[in-house]
Write a protein that binds this ligand. Structure first.
Ligand code: NAD
Ligand code: UDP
Length: 346
């Protein structure tokens, strides 16, 4: 019998790349997504790439009746839990939505899993839980800090609740994957990141400037204590990130308890280095201006990925140039993302 995985948020950016990797590895995949920040086209494109289609259920992780139905209809062995809201600024203005989707939604999902005797869970966490770490690179033993916004706090809360759950019942086997900065797109150019409105993140912003949708990038500060004064992050190719989920899934089927793994490359790049790399890959110029620091940003953040390497046998394969070439291919082939024109709806 086929191994069936439930992927919440599987139509989204990271979820669609991971769904593809699961299908390619021979898993049966059920995607549950309410499409609040994605399009079902991502899954049709996944089918174009691998000739397999996941079962798609349009619905919400907060809908307990629906979850119970899914768990009784399908024999699910594990859940990859991507569903949630992720815009930091928006979370400051709409904290309840973030706690409801990210925290209450995860509570609901876990209780439905427990009721159905499904105890293997991979959770999308974030390096944001480390806050402004003084140790660089950051390993998993670094203390977590109180994040500066409701989005970050919601991630930390879910991490804590999952730890409590595993202490309460030894059947749980949970991976907390702390992503650094996911970027890039599948090399087919068929799936990629499709932000709603003006992007908040650096790489989608740069690529929209390069294609002429946005005029100029604002570089948030050049007075950080870093070699060129701009912020440093650990950017990871989304296809490497997706592979990390498959390795984590394998690992938790053999271990128990809560396992934390950083998913990053171990290399940090500054904003100015990112702009130059993108210009090289796309042969387009990216005009920018230096502006004030963005509130809540930290100077630098990069991973020590050794724990994942040793315990999962996983390490990133793709380099900065691959991230930029693949981002540019996705952006130039799909100037409006999954929409067909600037005024069609997602
Ligand atoms: P995304 O918005 O593209 O994907 C999230 C998906 O979840 C979307 O398809 C959305 O429609 C769906 N969704 C949201 N709320 C839902 C709900 N209540 N019920 C059902 N579906 C719901 O985001 P992404 O970049 O793919 O991120 C996936 C996960 O990884 C998120 O949990 C995010 O917080 C986390 N993460 C992302 C980053 C990043 O930079 N992209 C970094 C660290 C962690
Ligand atoms: N950044 C920037 N201009 C932008 C968006 C981001 O200079 O329009 C910088 C930001 O200050 C940080 C880096 O790029 O140093 C990565 O930011 P992003 O929002 O992509 O990720 P995060 O803040 O979550 O690490």
């Amino acid at each position: 019998m086929k191994n069936t995985i439930l992927v919440t948020g599987g139509a989204g950016y990271i979820g669609s790349h991971t769904t593809l990797a699961l299908l390619e590895a021979g898993f049966e995949v059920i995607v549950l997504d309410n499409l609040c920040n994605s399009s079902v086209d991502s899954l049709n494109r996944v089918q174009k790439i691998c000739n397999k289609l996941p079962i798609f259920i349009e619905g919400d992780i907060r809908d307990r009746i629906l979850l119970n139905n899914i768990f009784t209809t399908y024999k699910i062995s594990a859940v990859l839990h991507f569903a949630g809201l992720k815009a930091v600024g928006d979370s400051v203005n709409n904290p309840l939505e973030y706690y409801e989707n990210n925290v209450a939604g995860s509570v609901n999902l876990c209780s439905a899993m427990a009721q159905a005797n499904v105890f293997n869970l991979v959770f999308s966490s974030s390096a944001t839980v480390y806050g402004e770490s003084t140790q660089m690179p950051i390993n998993e033993r670094a203390p977590t800090a109180t994040p500066t916004n409701p989005y970050g706090r919601s991630k930390l809360m879910v991490e804590e609740l999952l730890k409590d759950l595993s202490y309460s019942d030894a059947r749980w086997s949970i991976a907390l994957l702390r992503y650094f900065n996911p970027v890039g797109a599948h090399q087919s150019g068929l799936i990629g990141e499709d932000p709603n409105g003006t992007p908040n993140n650096l790489v989608p912003y740069i690529s929209q400037v390069a294609i002429g949708k946005l005029k100029k990038l604002s570089v948030y500060g050049d007075d950080y204590p870093t070699p060129d004064g701009t912020g440093i992050r650990d950017y990871i190719h989304v296809v490497d990130l997706a592979d990390g989920h498959l390795k984590a899934l394998q690992a938790i089927s053999k271990t128990g308890g809560v396992n934390i793994w950083n998913l990053g490359t171990g290399i940090g790049y500054s904003v100015l280095e990112m702009i130059r790399a993108f210009e090289m890959a796309s042969q387009k110029s990216v005009p920018f201006q230096i502006v004030n620091r963005r509130q809540g940003d930290i100077a630098e953040c990069w991973a020590d990925p050794m724990k994942a390497q040793q315990e999962l046998g996983w390490k990133t394969e793709r380099k900065l140039n691959d991230m930029m070439v693949d981002t540019w291919r996705w952006q130039s082939l799909n100037p409006y993302g999954y929409k067909t024109s600037s005024n069609s709806v997602k």
